[in-house]
Design a protein around this ligand. Structure first.
Ligand code: BGC
Length: 518
């Protein structure tokens, strides 16, 4: 460069040389991240990756990203931001396993890795009749489960809606409502309300368990904020409400839905070692050997195994590793639990529609969708349900007619073009695919860490896994990229309504004294 300098043009040439140098360095970094994706330092890689992804169309950033932006179409820009390459999947698995190990060592880790006090899986021979309550998200179910042995269960159940008012009200109002639901269901089924029936309570939130039937809520998730529950023993709250209603019921097990799903599937298929929920929220439970849980200071356990409720939805909330975009940040900031449940916010049903909505609104503002015509209905928080994405992804018509009817009839967007509809469909595909690939990261990490690569059954429940088109196949693709031939042995089995049944089964195991720790 020096030989190009002259007295007349020294400054312009120096500036030219410097900017070219910066641009080249940035371009090389960009290529290294997107091609190899295996940086030595995960934190540095995540930072670089975030810069690379964080250019939403409204960003005013300068430099190479801004230059590229001018020539990119909206589709290309979103593909760059939302695609998780195979190399990135591998990096994420490494970081995930590291964070699982941290959670098994100490109580205040990001991924909580909570010992569930469930120390064995059913044999399939358990029998008896138990009550089960299941609070997952917007629904509360009261079930009577009759375990008939040989993996057979008969269930009678009633489902109740938990209103927004109850979700965001007080502990007393919420638990009195549960007691009322139990009482009316028992009346309806003709059950004796004074018989001291044993009950398993599935409470699908992060709870620190102190015993099989005792545990305090760490914090709410999934839009709940009811006061007076965080830090309290939820079995104590339920007991008190049942007593206020005059019901004599014995709550013998407190269970996370993932643990319930694992146990109820194991009743049918003893090869089951993992339970996963991909629904309104997301989480997983798996079987861990006691010597791998250094933080366990409880009594010795005869089976030497413990089911761990991972609370994996919290992963990434320390802001280090997840490949988030500006849109993820918007969803997070507007949620009732900012900077919490980061992994959950990339995967689960409560958030996928909301992410899509933010992208659509952004592309309207830049004129890249609907010729820039504002759509008020889409400006309302949570107005775009994940179920719409399922319909759009299922729309294979030439003119994308169902997509048109969603946009024009439900959201009153005036006259969409085929190009608009194609772009909206592509957004759904990108968000849905990223969610499935991120979910596969969690499963691949658990089977790798627990050395189950030779084969195991993973029971998966939840509306996203069950109803979102291609979700399971996209997960399988990612598992193949991560585990190669070993992915063939990982069976993703659809589990349905397992969480309630699982609570009944755990109550049964407790009833027979088999869950006792020594
Ligand atoms: C909760 C978990 C639960 C999952 C699925 C998450 O928000 O923290 O406890 O298992 O949702 O329902």
């Amino acid at each position: 460069m020096t030989q190009l300098w002259s007295a007349d043009n020294r400054v312009p040439l120096f500036v030219f040389g410097l900017t070219t140098g910066i641009a080249l360095t940035a371009a090389v970094q960009y290529l290294v991240t997107s091609i190899s994706g295996t940086p030595l330092n995960l934190r540095a890689a995540a930072d670089e990756d975030r810069d690379h992804r964080s250019s939403s169309s409204s960003s005013s950033q300068q430099g190479p990203v801004a230059q590229r932006k001018n020539v990119e179409t909206a589709t290309q820009r979103l593909e760059r931001q939302f695609t998780i390459s195979t190399a990135m999947l591998h990096n994420l698995v490494k970081a995930f396993i590291r964070d699982m190990e941290r959670g098994l060592k100490r109580d205040n880790a990001v991924m909580k890795m909570i010992p569930s006090y469930v120390i064995r899986r059913p044999t399939g021979d358990e029998t008896g009749t138990y009550l089960a309550l299941d609070l997952g998200g917007s629904n509360f179910r009261v079930c009577e489960c009759t375990l008939a042995g040989k993996g057979q269960v008969r269930i009678r159940q009633k489902k109740f809606v938990v209103s927004e008012e109850l979700k965001t009200g007080t502990a007393t109002a919420l638990f009195d409502y549960f007691a009322e639901c139990v009482s009316s269901t028992m009346d309806g089924f003709g059950l004796d309300k004074q018989a001291g029936t044993k009950l398993g309570f599935t409470f699908s939130f992060p709870v620190q368990q102190q015993a099989l039937n005792r545990g305090t809520l760490y914090h709410w998730t999934k839009g709940f904020t009811a006061e007076g529950v965080v830090g309290q023993d939820v079995v104590g709250l339920l007991d008190a409400a049942l007593r206020r209603k005059g019901l004599k019921i014995d709550v013998t097990a407190l269970v996370n839905d993932t643990v319930g799903t694992l146990i109820s599937h194991a009743y049918l298929d003893t090869a089951t070692t993992m339970g996963v929920i991909l629904g309104t929220g997301t989480n997983a439970a798996y079987v861990e050997r006691l010597e791998n849980i250094p933080k366990w200071t409880g009594p010795k356990c005869p089976t030497n195994e413990m089911i761990i409720n991972m609370e994996w939805g919290a992963w990434g909330q320390d802001g280090i590793i997840l490949p988030t975009t500006d849109y993820d940040v918007k969803v997070d900031r507007a949620s009732p639990n900012p900077q919490k449940q980061s992994y959950e916010k990339m995967i689960s049903g409560l958030y996928l529609g909301e992410l899509t909505r933010y992208i659509i609104v952004d592309l309207i503002s830049t004129g890249e969708l609907f010729a820039g015509r504002r759509c008020e209905a889409l400006e309302v928080q949570h107005s775009f349900d994940t179920a719409n994405m399922s319909r759009i992804e299922r729309d294979h018509s030439m003119e994308l007619t169902d997509t048109r009817s969603i946009l024009e009839d439900l959201y009153a967007v005036k006259k969409t073009t085929l190009a608009d509809r194609r772009l909206v469909k592509r957004i759904c595909e990108l968000i849905g695919t990223r969610a499935a690939r991120m979910a596969a990261v969690g499963i691949a990490s658990v089977v790798t860490k627990t050395n189950k690569l030779a084969g195991t059954t993973v029971a998966v429940d939840g509306s996203v896994f069950e109803h979102y088109p291609h979700f399971a196949n996209r997960m399988r693709d990612a598992l193949r990229e991560l585990l190669g031939i070993n992915a063939e042995g990982i069976v993703l089995a659809q589990a349905r309504d397992g969480s309630g049944q699982g609570a009944a089964l755990i109550a049964a195991l407790a009833d027979h004294g088999e869950e006792k720790l020594q």
